[in-house]
Structures are given as structure tokens and as C-alpha cells.
Design a protein around this ligand. Structure first.
Ligand code: NCD
Length: 309
């Protein structure tokens, strides 16, 4: 039964544990195949449109790489300034337009809920590549794919999510997936950037053990994985607040030396100063492997949306 055929990808909470396992299995098959050949032309003739109303490097380019590795093509709006958005066109009208030219839309937009609004205004699948401080489900899928590869299992994980848990859409989506596997979750943030209460409430309601703390050392020592995030400067109404909070949690060589055991370090990237470059050589630093995994996971999602897996 093709579980994602024709579906939108909007929110981390839309997946069952079985869905996630099927996506990871397909991604892993594609990763193996791509060691032998450059392309798997399952989606010949299909066109993916990228609509990015916010900056992106990895998400956009890995989606573009993914559709092309699958034999499909890609069209993109370029920057918002160079499209009719600059003339005041609404998101819904832009989505209607792009639906005439493409078979699937990947959307990144600053407004929470925009991906659902887009999905409701077109018959073609919409993939949420980040809606404001809302969700970023494809990142969460590549994060769990990476965790599975690095740790060997998704069972009985203990993970610390560190940084901007209020505005960080990657962690909002990731906790939904982690909750399917009953992880123990440490939420490490400054008081002003705590995980939204309704998300914490939802996790606890599912029986997930959640610890909110500002003690990164204690959380890291109890965890197998340290998931660092960037303080989301662009979401602050008051930039002086950002200035006060930036640099709250920094991972460097000295911090790692003081840990009791080796830890796996993830970050959705881009980083600003929350991971010192000296950490890059640490064996558990998995964030560059993590971004590569984005291609395999996005290939899996696209193949499944078109019913080819
Ligand atoms: C993240 C995002 O855009 O939410 N980046 C990404 O997609 N890899 C994280 C961030 O910008 O901090």
C-alpha cells in the first residue's frame, strides 16, 4: 500500500511509526543505490517547483538534487523580489499558478500555517519546507534517518534539544517523530526560548519523558544525542532581546572534553556561533553527514508521493 501517494507533507504529527520506518527504509535503499549509480529515474517527466519566501541553502538544493537524481525536473521562483510576489500577489494565487506548471510544490514561507493554506488551495501535493516558527517535517525525517544511522536504532533514545526551542521549527517537527519512538527528551533553552507549552503538554500526554532545563552539561551527560539549534534571529520582534540571548549555549572542544562519554552531535544548520568549528573534527560531530542524508530522505519522500515506492 503506497502510504504517501498523492499526500501533502505538512506536519511532523501526520506520520505513524510505520510511515517513518517505511520512509527511512526507502531512503536507505536509495542511499545504497546511489553508491552504484548517479540516478534512479523513477520520476521521469515529473516537475518539482520550489517556492522559497525565506532563505535556504540545504533544503532547497537537496530537494533539487533529489528530484534530479530521480530523473525529474525542477522549476523555481528565484527570489521573491524577482517574482510577482513583489507585485503583491497572494500566496494562494501564486500556488494556483505554480500548480499549472508543476506536479509537486516545495514551499518555505515565513507564516506559520502557510503550508496548510497552500495545500488547501491546490490539488497537487505541497511539501512544507518550513512555515515560520511552525514545522519543518522533512528536516525532522532526515534527522531521525541520521540518528538511526549514527546510533543504530531509534529505540530508547535519550536526546537533548538545545537552543531556540521557541522559534525553531526543526525541533517542533522533530519531537513529533521522537515521540513515536518513546524517546526521553531534554529541552535545554534560555527561559525566554522554551519549547511552546502546548507542544510540551502534547508530548507528556503521549507518555514521553520530558525534562526542561538550562543545564546543558547535565542534559548532555544524560544523552546519546545533542541536537544544537541556531537562535532564530529573524523571528525576534525585539532585536535587543536576540542580542541578549544569542550565545546562550555554545558547544566547543572544552565542553566535549568535560563530558563523561562520547556524544553524537546534530544541527540542522546553518550554525552561527553555537557550535565552534573546532568541534567539526570530533568523531561524534554528525551535522555534515546529516545534511547529506537530506538528499536520500527527500528522494524517498518524492518517490513515495508519486506512488513509486
Ligand atoms: C533550518 C530552518 O530553516 O528551519 N534550516 C534548515 O532547513 N536546515 C534551521 C535554521 O534555519 O536555523
Amino acid at each position: 500500500m503506497p502510504i504517501l501517494k498523492g499526500k501533502d507533507i505538512l506536519h511532523g504529527n501526520q506520520f505513524t511509526r510505520k510511515d517513518v520506518e517505511a520512509i527511512l527504509k526507502t531512503a536507505s535503499e536509495f542511499e545504497k543505490e546511489l553508491k552504484k549509480k548517479d540516478a534512479l529515474p523513477l520520476l521521469k517527466g515529473k516537475i518539482l517547483a520550489t517556492l522559497f519566501y525565506e532563505p535556504s541553502t540545504r533544503t532547497r538544493l537537496s530537494f533539487e538534487a533529489a528530484i534530479q537524481r530521480l530523473g525529474g525536473g525542477v522549476i523555481g521562483m528565484g527570489s521573491v523580489e524577482s517574482s510577482s510576489v513583489a507585485k503583491g500577489e497572494t500566496l494562494v494565487d501564486t500556488i494556483r499558478t505554480v500548480s499549472q506548471y508543476a506536479d509537486v510544490i516545495v514551499l518555505r514561507h515565513p507564516r506559520t500555517g502557510s503550508a496548510r493554506e497552500a495545500a488547501d488551495s491546490t490539488p497537487i501535493p505541497v511539501i512544507n519546507a518550513g512555515d515560520g516558527a511552525g514545522q519543518h517535517p522533512t528536516q525532522a525525517l532526515l534527522d531521525v534517518y541520521t540518528i538511526h544511522k549514527e546510533i543504530g536504532s531509534l529505540k530508547n533514545l535519550t536526546i537533548s534539544l538545545v537552543g531556540d526551542l521557541k522559534y525553531g521549527r526543526t525541533v517542533h517537527a522533530l519531537v513529533e517523530l521522537l515521540s513515536l519512538f518513546k524517546a526521553k527528551i531534554y529541552l535545554v533553552s534560555p527561559g525566554l526560548l522554551r519549547m511552546p507549552g502546548e507542544i510540551v503538554f502534547g508530548l507528556k500526554g503521549k507518555g514521553i519523558e520530558v525534562v526542561e532545563t538550562e543545564d546543558m552539561v547535565k542534559a548532555a551527560n544524560a544523552s546519546q544525542i545533542l541536537y544544537m539549534t541556531r537562535i532564530q534571529k529573524e523571528r525576534f520582534a525585539d532585536l535587543s532581546e536576540y542580542e541578549r540571548l544569542k550565545g546562550s549555549f555554545i558547544l566547543n572542544g572544552a565542553f566535549l572534553n568535560n563530558l563523561k562519554k562520547k556524544i553524537t552531535i546534530l544541527h540542522p544548520l546553518p550554525r552561527v556561533d553555537e557550535i565552534h568549528p573546532e568541534v567539526d573534527a570530533y568523531p561524534g560531530a554528525a551535522y555534515f553527514r546529516q545534511m547529506r542524508n537530506g538528499v536520500f530522505v527527500r528522494m524517498a519522500l518524492l518517490a513515495m508521493i508519486f506512488g513509486k515506492r
